[in-house]
Design a protein around this ligand. Sequence first.
Ligand SMILES: CC(C)(COP(=O)(O)OP(=O)(O)OC[C@H]1O[C@@H](n2cnc3c(N)ncnc32)[C@H](O)[C@@H]1OP(=O)(O)O)[C@@H](O)C(=O)NCCC(=O)NCCS
Length: 185
Amino acid sequence: MNTDVLPVVPLDDRHLVERFDSGVDELDRWLRRMARIAGVVGTGATYVLALAQPVDPATLQAGERPEGTADGPLHEVVGYYTLAVRSIEQDLGPRLLARGVPESVSVIHLPRLAVHRDWQGVGLGAELLVEALRRAVQAGTAIGARAVVVDAVDEAALTFYQHMGFEELEGMRLFKSMGDLTAIL
Ligand SMILES: CC(C)(COP(=O)(O)OP(=O)(O)OC[C@H]1O[C@@H](n2cnc3c(N)ncnc32)[C@H](O)[C@@H]1OP(=O)(O)O)[C@@H](O)C(=O)NCCC(=O)NCCS
């Protein structure tokens, strides 16, 4: 299997998203149908890991090429994450709403992260997460955010984030403080 990937970059029209299959339908559909729209309207920025080898144009199915793009090379997306800024109120829980902190705190939100199932288990998820956290720390430091908050889509995702050192906040939501992240990264 080809695991040569390009550096993580913002999703754009050079990326083929239609073949993305992480095994979690909700995450796959979001990348295919919503990610570009969220970027345009400013509700979330999506970054992708794509194969270095361009897609063979002869294998392209109808509708796979992003609308309105010319015939340039397309790179298949094998991993992605989305970042957004959120203001979280009481639902964040007491650990983040410590003394001296206003009623609501700004956090960097990582609502989605996924790897195509054919490429899972070879380190790409960890690579994507570290890259996402570096970007989150940079953005969070600039705006004074208090933590990175992630949402696990299911129990397997929850154990993945726990394995990666996140602490449970409530339900399927976990966090790591900006201070801890700055010290680690
Ligand atoms: C969860 C997911 C992103 C992991 O990606 P991956 O490329 O398979 O993970 P990696 O190969 O980089 O593994 C990194 C580490 O996490 C561990 N890990 C992977 N999946 C795990 C899981 N479900 N539970 C616990 N640990 C897990 C690996 O064993 C590895 O540990 P190590 O560094 O100590 O050896 C991927 O399986 C996926 O996309 N799943 C479907 C969508 C999903 O659950 N997204 C999560 C956020 S919503």
